[in-house]
Design a protein around this ligand. Structure first.
Ligand code: ADP
Ligand code: GN1
Ligand code: MG
Length: 375
C-alpha cells in the first residue's frame, strides 16, 4: 500500500473544482482496492469535505473507460432520484469535475484520480442477527434492488467491461489451479486442507455461468461488488441506520443480478467480519437471509425472471465460493491483488468464505423455502 504525502495530495486537489482551501487530507482505510482520502477544505467560515480516490491501475487497466461508466451510471441514477423526489446530493455519488472540465485527473506518473462530494453517514462491515441487523439487511437489499431498477433502461452497449471475467467463476477456478500448480511463494503446503475444500466444492462453479451461456439468465448492467459496506447508511437517532447511497461503482458493467444478490448474501448473513480468525463466530443466519430476499424482491419483482428466482437461494453460495477462491489464489500468489494489513490476511479471509459456503450448503432447503415464500 503506497503512502502518499499530503503535499502531493494538496497538489492533486488543486486540479479539481472544489470549494475552499485544503486544510487536511487523511487516508481512509476502508475497502480492499483503491487508495481513498478524506479531504477537508475551508472557505471563510464554511467547511467542505471531499473523497479523493486514486484508482488502482493494477486492478483496473482502463480507468478512462471506468470513469466513463461512472459518469453515465451516476447521471442515470440522478435522474431517477430526482423523479422520485429524493435528494440527489446524498442518494447518488456526485463527481466533482476538474478545473479543465474533465471528470478525472491523470497525474504526472500516470495515476488516475477522481473526486466525489463527501456523503455524511456510516459504512457497516457486517451485521448481527437481531432486530437492528434485520432492518439494516432489509434496507441494504432495497437499496441494491432499487439500484438495479434505476439502471434497467440504460443502454448496455455503452457500458464498458472494467475487469474481464470478473464474475466468471469457472475462470476464477482455473486461475486458482494455476496458482496451486505454480506455488510461486511456496505456500501451498500450508493450505492443503483449503485446496482440498476447493477441489471438492468445484461443482458450484458453473451453476450461474452455464445458464448465462445458455441464454437462460439475462445480462444486465449490474454493480458486481455489492458488499454491504458499499452502501452509505444514514444514522437516525434511536432508529436502525437506513441505506442512503450505493457507492463503489468501479465494477458496474454487464453482469448477472445473481452475483449482485449473492454478494449481498455473502457479506450480510455471515454475522462476522470477512477476515474473522475465530471460525466459530462465522455462521449463516436465516433471518438475515429472509430480510435480504424481502428487500431485494420489493423493487425487483417485475425485473427478476423465473430462472433467476430459481437460483436466488444458491447465488450466495456460488459467489462466496468464488470469493474464497480469489482470496486463496491471492494468498498463493503472494498477496498481490487485495490490500492486506497482516500476515495471512488473505488466508483468514478465504477460510471464512469456505466456512460460510458449508453453512449455506447445510441450509439449502430452508433458503429455497424462504425464496418461494416471498416470490
Ligand atoms: P474500494 O474499491 O477500495 O472499496 P470505495 O469506493 O468503496 O473503494 O471507497 C472506500 C470507502 O471510502 C468506502 O467504504 C466509504 O467509507 C468511503 N467513501 C467512498 N466514497 C464516499 C463518498 N462519496 N462519501 C463518503 N464516503 C465515501
Ligand atoms: C473488493 O473494493 P471492495 O473492497 O469493495 C473486490 C470485490 C471483493 C471484495 C471482497 C474490484 O471489494 O470483488 O468481493 O473486495 N473488488 C474488486 O471483500 O476486486
Ligand atoms: Mg468498497
Amino acid at each position: 500500500m503506497e503512502k502518499i504525502d499530503s503535499g502531493k495530495l494538496f497538489k492533486i486537489a488543486e486540479k479539481f473544482s472544489i470549494n475552499g482551501r485544503v486544510e487536511n487530507a487523511v487516508r481512509h482505510k476502508v475497502g480492499h482496492i483503491n487508495d481513498t482520502y478524506i479531504v477537508k477544505t475551508t472557505s471563510g467560515i464554511l467547511q467542505h469535505k471531499y473523497i479523493f480516490q486514486k484508482i488502482n491501475k493494477k486492478v483496473f487497466p482502463n480507468p478512462v473507460a471506468l470513469m466513463d461508466n461512472i459518469r453515465m451510471v451516476t447521471g442515470k441514477i440522478r435522474e431517477r432520484v430526482v423523479e422520485r423526489g429524493g435528494d440527489p446530493s446524498s442518494e447518488v455519488l456526485n463527481l466533482v469535475n476538474c478545473k479543465d472540465g474533465n471528470h478525472f485527473h491523470m497525474d504526472d506518473s500516470g495515476e488516475c484520480w477522481r473526486c466525489y462530494q463527501f456523503i455524511e453517514g456510516i459504512t457497516i462491515n457486517f451485521v448481527q442477527a437481531n432486530k437492528r441487523g434485520i432492518e439494516i439487511a432489509h434496507g441494504a437489499a432495497i437499496a441494491f434492488g432499487r439500484f438495479q431498477d434505476d439502471l434497467k433502461e440504460i443502454d448496455i452497449s455503452g457500458i464498458h467491461v472494467t475487469i474481464d471475467d470478473f464474475h466468471n467463476t469457472p475462470v476464477r477456478f482455473e486461475r486458482f489451479l494455476i496458482a496451486v500448480e505454480r506455488d510461486s511463494h511456496k505456500r501451498s503446503e500450508r493450505v492443503k486442507d483449503e485446496i482440498e475444500t476447493c477441489l471438492k466444492t468445484k461443482g458450484l462453479k458453473g451453476v450461474i455461468t452455464e445458464k448465462i451461456d445458455s441464454g437462460e439468465i439475462p445480462i444486465r448492467v449490474t454493480h458486481n461488488d455489492t458488499k454491504i459496506n458499499n452502501i452509505i447508511f444514514e444514522e437516525i437517532n434511536g432508529a436502525s441506520p437506513s441505506a442512503l447511497c450505493v457507492i463503489d461503482l468501479d465494477t458496474v458493467m454487464p453482469g448477472a443480478i445473481l452475483y449482485d444478490f449473492g454478494d449481498l448474501v455473502r457479506t450480510t448473513t455471515a454475522t462476522s467480519a470477512e477476515d474473522e480468525r475465530d471460525l466459530s463466530k462465522v455462521s449463516f443466519d436465516l433471518g438475515l437471509f429472509e430480510a435480504l430476499v424481502r428487500g431485494y424482491i420489493k423493487n425487483g419483482r417485475e425485473l427478476i425472471t423465473v430462472d433467476e428466482m430459481q437460483l436466488l437461494s444458491i447465488s450466495g453460495r456460488v459467489i462466496t465460493f468464488e470469493t474464497g477462491l480469489r482470496f486463496l489464489t491471492d494468498y498463493l500468489e503472494g498477496d498481490r491483488y487485495f490490500q492486506t494489513e497482516r500476515e495471512d490476511h488473505n488466508l483468514d479471509r478465504a477460510r471464512t468464505q469456505f466456512k460460510l459456503v458449508q453453512c449455506m450448503e447445510d441450509l439449502e432447503d430452508e433458503m429455497m423455502s424462504i425464496v418461494k415464500k416471498h416470490w
